[in-house]
Design a protein around this ligand. Structure first.
Ligand SMILES: [Zn+2]
Ligand SMILES: [Zn+2]
Length: 346
């Protein structure tokens, strides 16, 4: 089969590999119908994910059809259309039982697919702990609608869930890239009084204004003043930092009102400064980390009810045979690209 492979630092390529087999009773093999390209894939390509193993098939955002299941897999069966979760988790350890699946202590746990083990930019993928990692897609939900459930939407949903948003709140989302947009959609589910998005790219700011007319948009220069003018208590009640830029961590806590929750979803290239003397008395709560991707069933239900729609984020479509071109476009952020759906059957 064709599989897009991490060949060496700076180089990915389409290679021919055997179709994966079940290696244990809790595995499933999925025929990938659609996959997407994520910024984390670029991080692997450029060597900023040291645990990524050269030779592996990349890709951790995908949907497909179950081809084979191990003897102990009970939640999905052959022929089911499924989403694949970016995280592998056992469901039984201390952290999994509390919903902190990102910290699963199993040796296969965490972000394994497309990083430490073969992922889904391929015709087939083996998924360990298939009962946890796969969710059946309802008939009324298309593959494109479900494409981001296991990664981007799981992240946005988790971020909105831990940010303690209530209906009277003003919420600031920093960054309107793909993850920022998914976070925005999940924040809107909480029906806060106001949502402000901070985004400097004119193209992305326009996208937000066009698709989500109730959302206020500002750039980072004027963000602090803008939030002050558009909030009731001297700043945002909740801030979700999804940009990961040079100054966006500082912007996040500066725009927060006293006693606000600041959720950091972004992954930074560099350490960030926490100037405690300057924040003294502001009594902020910071929440940080990687997604606990255990809400996929609920996200699929919301998609089925039409309460979330991420299909406008798919700006480009490519066949697997031309995935190299798709990567170039995504990496150069050319042609207004937000997300690319790659058809793995072509
Ligand atoms: Zn990702
Ligand atoms: Zn676990």
């Amino acid at each position: 089969m064709r599989a897009y492979t991490y060949i060496e630092h700076g180089k990915f390529g389409l290679s021919d590999k055997p179709v994966p087999k079940l290696t244990g009773p809790r595995d499933a093999v999925v025929r990938v119908t659609l996959c997407s390209i994520c910024t984390s894939d670029l991080h692997i390509k450029h060597g900023s994910v040291p645990r990524a193993v050269p030779g592996i098939t990349v890709g951790h955002e995908m949907v497909g059809v179950v081809e084979q299941v191990g003897a102990e897999v009970a939640s999905v069966k052959v022929g089911d259309r499924v989403t694949v979760n970016v995280e592998t988790f056992c469901g039984e350890c201390f952290f999994c039982r509390r919903g902190y699946v990102n910290n699963c202590t199993d040796p296969e746990g965490g972000w394994a697919l497309g990083c430490r083990i073969d992922g889904g930019q391929a015709e087939y993928v083996r998924v360990p702990y298939a009962d946890r990692g796969l969710n059946r897609i309802p008939d009324a939900v298309s593959d494109e609608q479900a494409l981001f459930v296991g990664d981007l939407l799981a992240t946005g949903f988790w971020a909105a869930r831990i940010s303690e948003i209530t209906e009277g709140d003003t919420v600031l989302v920093i960054g309107a890239g793909p993850t920022g947009l998914c976070t925005l959609l999940c924040v809107m589910l909480k029906r806060p009084k106001r949502v402000i998005v901070c985004e400097n790219s004119p193209e992305r700011a326009r996208f937000v204004k066009e698709h989500y007319p109730g959302v206020l948009v500002t750039g980072s220069e004027e963000c602090r003043d803008f939030v002050l003018r558009h909030s009731d208590h001297g700043g945002a009640d909740a801030v979700l930092e999804v940009a990961g830029g040079t100054d966006t961590f500082r912007l996040a806590w500066e725009c927060a009102r006293p006693n606000a929750v600041v959720t950091v979803v972004a992954l930074y290239d560099r350490p960030q400064l926490l100037p405690l003397p300057e924040m003294y008395g502001k009594n902020l709560t910071f929440k940080t980390g990687g997604v606990d991707g255990c809400d996929c069933a609920e996200i699929l239900r919301l998609l089925e009810e039409g309460r979330i729609d991420t299909t406008p984020l798919i700006t480009h479509r490519f066949p697997l045979s031309r995935i190299g071109e798709a990567y170039r476009l995504f990496e150069e952020r050319a042609d207004g690209v937000i997300k690319i759906a790659v058809d793995c059957g072509k």
